[in-house]
Write a protein that binds this ligand. Structure first.
Ligand code: FE2
Length: 282
């Protein structure tokens, strides 16, 4: 499948800066092979045509195969000096990148997929929350999300009602804001940057900006990897592998408010890379 303008005109992550060796290495994005050359802290990225645009924001290498209307999104928390930036390692997932983002937005799966960690089967209810499409910045927000979590983070010592916000900044990039156990008046940031390799194959690059003086890097990474591997199993078994956008193909529930908004937004953007094509419904 050839990527359409809506997919081409976006910024995509290619990996954490630290994962690129000096000299040349290869990456794949939207079905296109890329040659990445690193000389010190300078990068060039080439495919078939002229060199592609390069950005090094938030400790990651970013590029585009088109002409994005906006720069790479802003992440103000990255400038707060008391936060720890944690790279959780790239994870390959045999599913559409859009499925990864949608799963990340879903609160209802916590008790069943992350049992006794991010949720418990005894308290599966998703309380009412708010969703909003901020047209001035072209972002989706879900706010006032609350969920009881037996072990909300690496530093948790018991259950807590966690408060969440979600911020979708582009079809393949999302941030989750969550109350840290140590600082209830601030927000930890857990980002999921997705590199769509093929329509049904993705590399997830989870990244955290957290307020936590207690946990070691290994504990923070280990916690996030455990959660993400639980999601990977579910995502790889989901059918269809691509994301359906036709109404009625998958029945939304109230807990899926953000999913409904996300799908509507993708449709509005005419995003098709990773979307299920239903020729029988055309
Ligand atoms: Fe999950």
């Amino acid at each position: 499948m050839t990527a359409e303008p809506a997919a081409l005109d976006q910024w995509y992550v290619l990996g954490a800066i630290g994962d690129f060796p000096q000299g040349q290495s290869s990456r794949r994005l939207l079905g296109t092979n890329l040659a990445v050359t690193r000389a010190g802290d300078r990068f060039t990225i080439e495919s078939n045509g002229p060199p592609a645009a390069v950005r090094t924001d938030y400790g990651h290498l970013w590029t585009t195969l088109g002409t994005p209307a906006r720069p790479v999104f802003d992440l103000p928390e990255s400038r707060e000096s008391d936060r720890r930036a944690v790279y959780c390692g790239a994870v390959t997932v045999r599913a559409s990148g859009l499925r990864l983002i949608e799963n990340f937005l879903d609160l209802a799966h916590f008790p069943y997929v992350h049992t006794d960690i991010l949720g418990t089967e005894a308290r599966p209810e998703v309380a009412k929350y708010e969703v909003e499409q901020r047209r001035d910045v072209d972002e989706l927000w879900a706010t006032k999300c609350e969920f009881f979590q037996p072990k909300a983070a690496a530093a948790s010592e018991g259950g807590q009602i966690s408060r969440y916000m979600y911020r979708v900044v582009s079809p393949f990039n999302v941030m989750l804001y969550k109350t840290p156990p140590a600082a209830p008046d601030r927000w930890d940031v857990i980002a999921l940057f997705v590199q769509p390799v093929e329509p049904d194959l993705s590399i997830a690059h989870p990244y955290m900006l957290v307020i936590d003086d207690i946990s070691t890097d290994a504990e923070l990474i280990g916690f996030q990897q455990m959660i993400f591997l639980q999601d990977k199993i579910v995502l790889e078994n989901q059918r269809p592998k691509l994301l359906p956008l036709q109404p009625g193909r998958e029945t939304p529930t109230r807990a899926d408010l953000s999913s409904v908004l996300y799908r509507r937004w993708l449709k509005e953007k005419q995003l098709r890379y990773g979307v299920e094509e239903r020729t029988d419904l055309a």
